[in-house]
Structures are given as structure tokens and as C-alpha cells.
Ligand binder design. Sequence first.
Ligand code: NAP
Length: 244
Amino acid sequence: MSMKYALVTGGSRGIGRAVSIRLAQMGYYVIINFQRNEVEANKTLALIREQGSDGALMKFDVGSKEEIQSILGAWVEANPDKVIEVLVNNAGIRKDNLMLMMPDADWDSVLKTNLDSFFYVTKALVQNMMAKRFGRIVNVVSLSGIKGLPGQVNYSASKAGVIGATKALAQEVGRRGVTVNCVAPGFIKTDMTEAIDPTPYRNVIPMQRFGEAEEVASVVAFLASKDASYVTGEVIHVNGGLYT
Ligand code: NAP
């Protein structure tokens, strides 16, 4: 049986690693994108192989249109028989500061990494999904992009931008069997939240704890599956009940 292909951006750590493992369990050959951390990316690959599947590393900066085109674009061109049918736009960064103190560079880099990446990575893959009449695009956004969080003007804007783009693209590609959805985590235990003390949040999160990466990955896996065939343009919250 020929392999089915998936790409997870930021697959080296955190939520992206947990998603990669779930996709491997679903029988996908998982292409693990990362930016710097090759050691961790290789650990994800080893975990994928433990599931009896396979994968490969693909290093590029999702915030660089040039790298996306020269590395991912080149792979697509060189492998016309291997259509990536699941894309999880997961890589993301935060650089928090009050807006008045926020360096212009932190606005630019967060928007590039979190929002421009959606456009250029998806553009490289969506045409082949449409031709195949099957595709699953899942974008990892954030509660911050829905309610806005002080200190995250850049991050909230980037995630809200992806939500709007998701709803628009879903309407463009639905007739070709391609779905586009978002998963919006609240506080999840990863390197990104390592410095945040969960104690004060216990009272405001109804489930009284931070979530696990696997709890986000299971929702991504559902949206990537055939079971979610009539779900598109949607945002599913994975936040332990924290909305305010
Ligand atoms: P994380 O543990 O900090 O991991 C970030 C991942 O993104 C790493 O694999 C990293 O690669 C990759 N990455 C960062 N910048 C990149 C770039 N320019 N090009 C390619 N890869 C890049 O983060 P996480 O918590 O798993 O977050 C994953 C996603 O969930 C993000 O979009 C984040 O905004 C979102 N999210 C997280 C939380 C949370 O509480 N953790 C909540 C809401 C939303 P390297 O290993 O090479 O650095």
C-alpha cells in the first residue's frame, strides 16, 4: 500500500510533536518541519517510527517565503507522486510586550512566523490537494486570537488573522473535498509556556490545570481524519473551559 503524506510545521517539539505521533498512528508518513532544533526533530522521527510508520525532517523557517519556496516547493516539484494530503500549520512563536513598548521587529517577526507562514506554506500544497479532491488543513491558533490578550497585540493579531483566512479558504476549496479548520488551545504544557506559573490560573480555568499537548493533538487528528469530512471553516477550542 502506498504511503499517505502529512506535513507538520514545528513538529520538533510540543504540540507539533504530539500531532506528528497521532498522524503516524493514522498511517501517515510525517514530514517534520522545524527551524533550529534538529536533535528534538530527530526524537519526533524516532517516536513516529515507534508507531510503525515513517517520516523525514524538513528544515525551513516558516516565516521565510524564500525558504518555503526553495525547500518545500522544491520537494513538491520533485515528488509529483507524493501528495501531502494533511497539512498542520502549527509552528508559532510569541514575543510578548505591551504595545507601547513593543519593538517593531517583534511585531514583524510574530506576524511573519504565525500568519505569513499560513499563506505561503498552504499555497505550496493546496493545489495538489484540490487536484486529488481530498485535503485536510488544520491551523493551530490560540485563545489569544479570539479574545485578545494584553501584552500579545502581535500574537493575538497573527492568530486572529489565521482564523479569518481559515474561514475564507474553507469557502474557496470546499467543493474540492479540502477542509480548512482551526484548533484554538488555551494554556498547554510545552516549552512555550514553561515560564508561566500555572498557580494563579487554576482558579480561572474551569478544569483547573494546563492542558497536555496530546489533548490538542487528538482534536487535530479528528479534524485530519475522514470522520471530520463535513466540518470546515470551524474553530475548535481546547482550553479546559477558559473563555474569559
Ligand atoms: P513550542 O513548544 O515552543 O514549539 C514550537 C515549535 O515551532 C518548535 O517545533 C519550533 O521549532 C517551531 N518553530 C518556531 N518557529 C519556527 C519557524 N520560524 N520555522 C519553523 N519552525 C518554527 O510551542 P507549542 O506550545 O508546541 O506551540 C505550537 C503552536 O501552538 C504554536 O502555533 C502556538 O502559538 C500554539 N499555541 C500554544 C499554546 C500553549 O499554551 N503552548 C497555546 C495556544 C496556542 P524548533 O524546535 O526548531 O525551534
